[in-house]
Design a protein around this ligand. Structure first.
Ligand code: CIR
Length: 246
């Protein structure tokens, strides 16, 4: 929750052509770029801003391509084959910033959106994108550093973090995943606001997607910054996806 830096990637001219299951219609490129820029500003971190990656429309969802913890970075192997070139593109940046870098290999698949770190526990969603081998390889990479990897099945939504995020003293969670996070204080989002379970706590400021009034009320004890995610959501994206924080 305490970060100084972030890596982001600027959305390219093809950013609205990415993978999606949202069924919310076509995204508007200019609005999407504005939403991305507002998000990067709101992070308030020292940002490494990578250029758009031609041919990889989903590349600005940079979270999926690495798992960063204090001691090391693990480059992933995204579940969607079209996204795998994004990892090679990220690798030099990560190597320049982290002394230890590991990389998941075939047959592992894992998207960073399926990884939720809560202190020394790292929850890994088994989803359409992340398989058991992905969770096992991540466990092997992190175990020497004292992290416990806990697999969780993802009942709905694209990723684990489409259902649950950590705000420092509680999880913000959908009803579907509440029981899997019974060890923690919980803020359970109403079913019709499940998208709002993806929030991002950065140094005491809580970034929240706008348009979810009941969740906003539940989060009123935090210092909330609302951000319009309408276009990003059309591409199955959410707040955590668009940066790697460390
Ligand atoms: C995809 O389907 O891979 C992208 N359109 C959305 C990825 C969202 N990433 C995330 O939630 N971490």
């Amino acid at each position: 929750m305490n970060f100084t830096r972030a890596i982001v990637r600027v959305p390219g001219p093809d950013a609205t052509q990415g993978l999606t299951t949202a069924g919310l219609g076509a995204a508007d490129l200019e609005t999407l770029k504005l939403q991305h820029a507002a998000y990067v500003d709101a992070l308030g971190l020292d940002v490494t801003r990578l250029e758009a990656l031609p041919g990889c429309p989903d590349a600005y969802f940079v979270e999926d391509t690495a798992v960063l913890v204090a001691e090391l970075a693990v480059l992933t192997r995204p579940g969607a084959p079209s996204r795998r070139p994004e990892v090679d593109a990220l690798e030099p940046t990560v190597r320049s910033l982290f002394p230890v870098v590991q990389r998941l290999t075939d047959p592992a698949t894992l998207d960073g959106g399926d990884v939720l770190q809560i202190d020394r526990r790292v929850y890994v969603g088994l989803s359409a994108r992340t398989n058991k081998e992905g969770a096992e390889q991540l466990k092997a990479a992190l175990a020497p550093w004292g992290y416990a990897v806990v697999p969780v099945s993802v009942p709905e939504g694209l990723h684990l973090k489409s259902n649950v995020t950590w705000v420092g003293d509680a999880v913000v969670v959908t009803r579907a995943l509440a029981s899997a996070f019974g060890d923690f204080d919980q803020i359970v989002v109403p079913d019709e606001e499940s998208y709002a379970s993806n929030v991002l706590m950065v140094n005491g400021k809580l970034l929240v997607p706008s348009g979810f009034p009941r969740t906003l009320e539940l989060l009123s004890r935090y210092r909330v910054v609302e951000l319009d995610q309408s276009e990003v959501r059309k591409l199955d994206g959410a707040l955590t996806c668009m940066s790697l924080r460390f």
